[in-house]
Design a binder for this molecule. Structure first.
Ligand SMILES: *[C@@H]1O[C@H](CO)[C@@H](O)[C@H](O)[C@H]1NC(C)=O
Ligand SMILES: *[C@@H]1O[C@H](CO)[C@@H](O)[C@H](O)[C@H]1NC(C)=O
Ligand SMILES: *[C@@H]1O[C@H](CO)[C@@H](O)[C@H](O)[C@H]1NC(C)=O
Ligand SMILES: *[C@@H]1O[C@H](CO)[C@@H](O)[C@H](O)[C@H]1NC(C)=O
Ligand SMILES: CC(=O)N[C@H]1CO[C@H](CO)[C@@H](O)[C@@H]1O
Length: 945
C-alpha cells in the first residue's frame, strides 16, 4: 500500500523565460527591494515594454539566492549591471570552446531551475539556446542544456600521480571553485581490482572521512597493477584533464571515458561525473518504470527510495545505481556507482551518462563481462548473491490487504467454493503463512508499559533520533497516533528485533515476513510541520525527486542514525531492515528465511526478495511488469513479482485472466489487491479465469524443480532466473529491446498476451530449434517474428531445443508436489543433443549446501544416450525417484531402449516425434544412462523415399 496522496510528476527543470516567472519565483519582498534598486529601470521597462523585458529578463533572472546586483544607469537608457559576486572564481571562457561542442555533447552545467546566460557564464560555462532544428525534438523530458561545459572546463588538475606496478593512485588538486559550496580542495583517486574482470576506482577525500555505505560487505581488493597481463581492462589517464579512461584490453573498446565528458565536480553536497558510452544499448539504473532498454534521448532518472506507485519518470521504492551496456560488437560491460545518496542519473544521446549525487564519495566498479550474464555474475561477486529460497515460497501466493492478511499457496481451493479462500480454519495448519509487517514503524504513542516494542526500544535507545533533541524521531504511518523508526544501523537493534519477532512468533508461527513501507514511508513530510531549515534537507542542489523536497513522505534528512544522518542512509533503510529481519528469522525458525521487502538497495537480494509495489489494475501495468521483473534479476533480486491482476483499482475479467497466466511465470507469484477494490482471486473472477489460472499454475507446479534449480544457480553463481532473450543471444541485436516476452533460465520462453481480447500474439524466435510447449511441434526459427495462437485460456510457451528440464507431477500444494516422482522433459536440438540439470534438497534447511545434503546432477544427451553425472559429492536422506522421461524431436522410429544396459518398455509417438518412457524408478542419487536405438526398418524406409 502507499500513502494515498496522488502526486504530480516532478517539476522539470526550466529556464526562466519571462519577467513574470521571475516575479513568481522570488518572493514579493525581495522583488520590492529590487524594484527600489532598479528605480528608473521599471519606468523604462514600462515605457519600452517589449524590448526591455526581453533584455532584462536575462540579467534579472540570473541572480541566485546568494547573489545581488546593482544596475548603474548610463546614457540613453543604457545600463550596466555590477554583480556582487560571492562566487570567488570567475571562469573565463573562450567562445571557440563553446562553439565546437555539438548539441549531443552538451553536458548540463546548470541543472537547477532558473538558468540564464549570466548565471551560466558565472560557472565558466557556455550559454546558447537552440536554433529551430534542434529544439523541434519533441517530448524530451530533460531539455538539451542551454548551459553547458566548454570542452576544456575543469576545476581540478592532477598532481603527484604514481603509476608504480603496485600502486596506481594520484591526487587531484582544486584550481577553481564550482558553483556548489565547499568544493574539496584535494581529492585522491585510487585503483584496485578484485579479479581480472573487475576494476574499482575510488575517488575520495584523503583528509577527512566522508560517508560510505557499509553494505554490501566488500570482498578483499588487490592493488591495481597495470602490468597484470591477464587483466581484461586497461586504465588510462591523461594528466591534462581530471578524468580517466577504462579500456577493454581484448578489442580496445573504451568502456568508460570521463576525460572527454564535461563537469567533474566534487563538492560537499554535489558530486558529478560523466562518461561517454560506447553504444546506446544500456540497461539498469533502477528502480524505475521503463522499457527494458533505456532511452538515451535526454532521460533523467532519480534514485531516492520512495513510497510511490510505479509510474514513468518517478523515483520508486528502490535504488540501484548500476547499469550495463551491450557494445556494438555484442560484448557487454557493467558499471556500479556505489553511493547511497539521493542522485540524478542522466542519459543523453551522445551517448553518455552522468551520475550526479549529493553526498558520499565516488566508489566505482567496472565489470568487463564480456556477456551480459558474465557482467551480472561479476556484479554479484561484489554485491552478494541471492538467498536460496525455501521451496514453499515458489508456490502461488494469494493474499489481500484487509482485515485478515495472510498468504497461502494452494491450488486446490479453486475446485472448492470461494468461501474457502478466506477460511482461516482450512489453512490453519498449512505452513505457508506469512506475516506482514504492515508498517515498519513502531507506534510511539501507547501508554508507557503497555507496548513492549516502544518501551524496549526506548530502553535500548535504538530509534532514529531527532537532530536537535536527541529524542526518537516521531512521524506517522499506519499507527493511530504516531510512529517511531528502529535504527537498523545500531548494532543493538539486531537483538531488539530478534526479541520482538520472537515474541510475535510465540503467538503466531509465521514462516516468512513481508516488509512494507520501509522506504521509510511517513504520512508527513518529515514532522507534522515539515523539517526545520538545515543544509541536509535544503541542499543547494536537490535531485529531481517527486515532491521536490527530500523529506517528502519520509523522515527529515538531518534525523540521526547510529551510523550517520538520514541524508546518507535513507536509501539503505530497507536493506538494513532486511538484514536484521533475515537474522531474526534465521535464529527464530532455524530454517531458511523468506522475506519480501518493498524498499531495496544494492545487494538486497542476498537477504530478501521484492515485489514491484502498488501497481494498478491496467493493461499498461501488466505490460510494464515484464521489464520490472527482468531488471530486478539484473540487480540480483530474482525473487520478484508484480501483484497479479493489479493492486490498486478494480481489475477486469479479461485483464485478470491474462495476468494470472503471466503471473504464473513470475519468479514470485502472488495475486494481491487493495482493500477498497473488488475481489480478484481466480475464483471470484469466474470460470475463464479459473480455467486459465489452473492451466498456467499447473505448468508452474510441474516445472517447480526446474525453477528451484534456477534459483539455486542464482544463489550459487549469480545467475538470473527470469531473463531477457538477449542474455542467451547477445549477438542477435534484434533481441536487445524485446521486453514483451522473456525466458526462465536458458530455454523456457514465456510469451504473454498483453492486449485485451487478442487471441494471437507475435513473438520473436531467435535462430534455432524451438518447440511449442503444448503441441510439441517444432520449428527451426530463422530469427524473426512468428504469429502464435493464444486462445483466451492459454499463454503461449516455447521450449528451446537442446535442453533437459526437471519436472514433477504437480499437486495442490508445493509440499505435496515435492513428494511426487520426478520427470524429465527433453527437447533435442538439431544435432540431437541436449543438456540440463537438477538441484534438489529438503527445501527448507539452512545448511543444505554446507552439509552437502543435496542432489545436484547434470544430464546430457549425446549419441542417443542420456547420461548423468554428479556435480559434487553429496548425500541426501530421501529417495529422489525419476519416473518418467519424454524426449521431443526424435524423428524416426525407435526399436529398443535400455536403462543401464537392461532393455525397458517405451512408447514412441510418431505423430509427435516423441519418445515416452514410464515407470522408471530411477533413484537420482545414483548415476544412470539410458540409450535408444532407431528401428533399422524405418530408417531404410526413409532412405528409400
Ligand atoms: C557584497 O555583499 C556582501 C554580503 O551581502 C556585503 O557584505 C559586501 O559589502 C558586498 N560588497 C560589495 C562590493 O558591494
Ligand atoms: C500475543 O497474544 C496475546 C493474547 O492475544 C496478546 O496479549 C499479546 O500482545 C500478543 N503478543 C504479541 C507479541 O503479538
Ligand atoms: C471498484 O468497484 C467497487 C464495487 O463495484 C466500487 O465501489 C469502487 O468504487 C470501485 N473502485 C474503483 C477505483 O473504481
Ligand atoms: C474485450 O471483450 C470484452 C468482453 O466481450 C468487452 O467488454 C471489451 O470491450 C473488449 N475490449 C476491447 C478492447 O475490445
Ligand atoms: C540590458 C542588459 O544589460 N542586457 C545584458 C544582459 O546580460 C548580457 C550578458 O551578460 C549582456 O550581453 C546584455 O547586454
Amino acid at each position: 500500500m502507499n500513502v494515498k496522496d496522488t502526486e504530480q510528476f516532478p517539476k522539470r527543470k526550466k529556464v526562466l523565460n519571462s519577467y513574470f516567472e521571475y516575479i513568481l519565483k522570488y518572493n514579493f519582498l525581495k522583488f520590492t527591494a529590487l524594484v527600489i534598486l532598479l528605480g528608473i529601470t521599471i519606468m523604462f521597462i514600462q515605457q519600452n515594454k517589449y524590448i526591455s523585458i526581453k533584455e532584462y529578463e536575462i540579467n534579472l533572472t540570473s541572480l541566485n539566492d546568494n547573489e545581488s546586483a546593482i544596475l548603474i544607469k548610463k546614457e540613453n537608457f543604457q545600463y550596466d549591471i555590477v554583480f556582487n559576486d560571492t562566487v570567488p572564481q570567475f571562469h573565463k571562457i573562450m567562445q571557440e570552446e563553446c562553439n565546437n561542442v555539438p548539441a549531443t555533447l552538451r553536458f548540463d552545467c546548470h541543472p537547477e531551475d532558473g538558468a540564464s546566460e549570466l548565471s551560466c557564464k558565472n560557472r565558466g560555462c557556455c550559454w546558447n539556446s537552440f536554433n529551430k532544428n534542434i529544439s523541434v525534438i519533441n517530448h524530451v523530458l530533460l531539455n538539451i542544456p542551454y548551459c553547458y561545459y566548454p570542452s576544456n572546463w575543469s576545476i581540478y588538475k592532477y598532481t603527484n600521480f604514481s603509476k608504480e606496478e603496485n600502486n596506481f593512485s594520484g591526487f587531484l588538486k582544486g584550481i577553481k571553485n564550482s558553483f556548489y559550496e565547499n568544493d574539496l580542495p584535494l581529492i585522491k583517486i585510487e585503483a584496485s581490482t578484485v579479479d581480472d574482470s573487475i576494476l574499482r576506482i575510488k575517488i575520495y577525500d584523503p583528509l577527512k572521512k566522508r560517508y560510505e555505505p557499509p553494505w554490501p560487505l566488500r570482498t578483499d581488493f588487490k592493488p591495481f597493477s597495470q602490468k597484470d597481463i591477464n587483466a581484461k581492462y586497461k586504465l588510462n589517464i591523461d594528466y591534462t584533464k581530471p578524468g580517466f579512461k577504462v579500456y577493454r584490453t581484448l578489442d580496445d573498446t573504451v568502456i568508460f571515458d570521463s576525460s572527454n565528458a564535461g563537469g567533474f565536480i566534487f563538492a560537499d553536497q554535489f558530486l558529478q561525473i560523466s562518461t561517454l558510452l560506447p553504444s546506446h544499448n544500456i540497461y539498469g539504473i533502477g528502480e524505475h518504470r521503463t522499457k527494458l532498454k533505456l532511452n538515451t534521448n535526454w532521460q533523467l532518472f532519480t534514485l531516492f527510495n520512495k513510497d510511490q506507485p510505479p509510474t514513468e519518470n518517478a523515483n520508486l521504492y528502490g535504488s540501484h545505481p548500476f547499469y550495463f551496456v551491450i557494445e556494438n560488437s555484442g560484448k557487454s560491460h557493467g558499471f556500479l556507482f556505489l553511493n547511497s545518496n539521493a542522485m540524478d542519473v542522466i542519459l543523453q544521446p551522445t551517448p553518455a551518462i552522468t551520475f550526479r549525487t549529493i553526498g558520499g564519495i565516488f566508489d566505482m566498479y567496472f565489470f568487463l563481462g564480456p556477456t551480459p550474464a558474465a557482467v551480472i555474475k561479476q556484479y554479484s561477486d561484489i554485491i552478494g548473491k541471492p538467498f536460496l529460497p525455501p521451496y514453499w515460497s515458489l508456490g502461488f501466493h494469494l493474499c489481500r490487504f484487509g482485515s485478515y492478511i495472510f498468504i497461502f499457496n494452494d491450488l486446490d481451493y479453486m475446485d472448492k467454493n470461494n468461501d474457502f479462500t478466506y477460511n482461516l480454519n482450512k489453512f490453519k495448519n498449512l505452513p505457508q503463512f506469512v506475516n506482514e509487517i504492515h508498517s515498519v514503524g513502531i507506534s510511539g504513542s501507547e501508554e508507557s508499559g503497555t507496548y513492549l516494542p516502544y518501551d524496549e526500544g526506548v530502553k535500548k535507545d535504538i530509534f532514529i533520533k531527532d537532530e536537535a533533541t536527541n529524542q526518537p524521531f516521531v512521524g506517522k504511518v499506519w499507527n493511530l497516533v504516531s510512529t517511531v523508526w528502529p535504527d537498523f544501523t545500531n548494532p543493538k537493534t539486531q537483538n531488539y528485533y530478534l526479541q520482538m519477532m520472537s515474541n510475535m512468533y510465540s503467538n503466531f508461527t509465521y514462516d516468512g515476513v513481508w516488509i512494507d513501507m520501509n522506504e521509510p514511508s511517513n504520512f508527513y513530510d518529515g514532522y507534522k510541520n515539515g523539517c526545520p531549515k538545515n543544509k541536509l534537507d535544503y541542499p543547494k542542489y536537490i535531485p529531481n525527486v517527486i515532491g521536490n523536497i527530500l523529506a517528502k513522505k519520509t523522515l527529515c534528512m538531518n534525523a540521526k542514525h547510529y551510523l550517520g544522518v538520514h541524508y546518507d542512509l535513507h536509501n539503505t533503510y530497507g536493506i538494513s531492515q532486511a538484514i536484521a529481519m533475515n537474522y531474526a528469522l534465521t535464529n527464530i525458525r532455524q530454517k531458511r528465511p523468506f522475506i519480501i521487502s518493498r524498499s531495496t538497495w544494492v545487494g538486497h537480494g542476498h537477504y530478501a526478495g521484492h515485489w514491484t509495489g502498488d501497481v494498478y489494475s491496467s493493461w499498461h501495468d501488466l505490460k510494464m511488469s515484464i521489464p520490472a521483473i527482468l531488471l530486478m534479476n539484473f540487480y540480483q533480486i530474482p525473487m520478484i513479482g508484480a501483484d497479479i491482476c493489479g493492486f490498486d483499482g478494480n481489475t477486469t475479467t479479461t485483464l485478470c485472466n491474462r495476468w494470472m497466466q503471466l503471473g504464473a511465470f513470475y519468479p514470485f507469484s502472488r495475486n494481491h489487491n487493495s482493500d477498497d477494490t473488488i475481489e480478484q482471486d481466480p475464483v471470484a473472477m469466474g470460470d475463464l479465469v479459473i480455467k486459465s489460472s489452473k492451466r498456467a499454475l499447473t505448468i508452474r507446479y510441474w516445472l517447480l524443480p526446474y525453477l528451484y534449480t534456477l534459483f539455486f544457480r542464482a544463489h550459487k553463481f549469480g545467475e538470473t532466473v527470469a531473463r531477457p532473450l538477449f542474455f542467451e543471444y547477445s549477438n542477435d541485436s534484434t533481441t536487445y529491446d524485446i521486453d514483451t516476452q522473456f525466458l526462465w533460465g536458458s530455454c523456457l520462453m514465456i510469451i504473454p498476451v498483453l492486449e485485451e481480447n487478442k487471441t494471437e500474439v507475435s513473438a520473436y524466435l531467435p535462430r534455432g530449434l524451438w518447440y511449442n510447449f503444448y503441441t510439441k511441434e517444432s520449428v527451426f526459427a530463422l530469427g524473426k517474428y512468428y504469429t502464435m495462437n493464444a486462445p483466451l485460456d492459454t499463454i503461449p510457451l516455447m521450449i528451446r531445443g537442446g535442453f533437459i528440464l526437471p519436472a514433477q507431477k504437480p499437486d495442490n500444494t508445493t509440499t505435496n508436489s515435492r513428494k511426487n516422482n520426478f520427470e524429465l522433459l527433453i527437447t533435442l536440438d538439431h544435432v540431437n543433443q541436449a543438456k540440463g540439470e537438477l538441484y534438489w534438497d529438503d527445501g527448507d534447511s539452512l545448511d543444505s549446501l554446507e552439509k552437502k545434503q543435496f542432489v545436484w546432477s547434470v544430464f546430457f544427451i549425446k549419441n542417443n544416450t542420456l547420461s548423468t553425472a554428479k556435480v559434487t559429492e553429496s548425500s541426501f536422506h530421501e529417495e529422489v525417484i525419476l519416473d518418467k522421461i519424454q524426449i521431443w524431436g526424435i524423428i524416426s522410429n525407435i526399436s529398443r531402449v535400455s536403462l543401464n544396459n537392461h532393455e525397458i518398455q517405451f512408447k514412441y509417438n510418431i505423430k509427435e516425434n516423441c519418445l515416452n518412457i514410464k515407470n522408471l524408478q530411477i533413484d537420482l542419487r545414483e548415476n544412470f544412462f539410458l540409450s535408444w536405438e532407431y528401428a533399422r526398418f524405418e530408417q531404410d524406409n526413409d532412405n528409400n523415399k
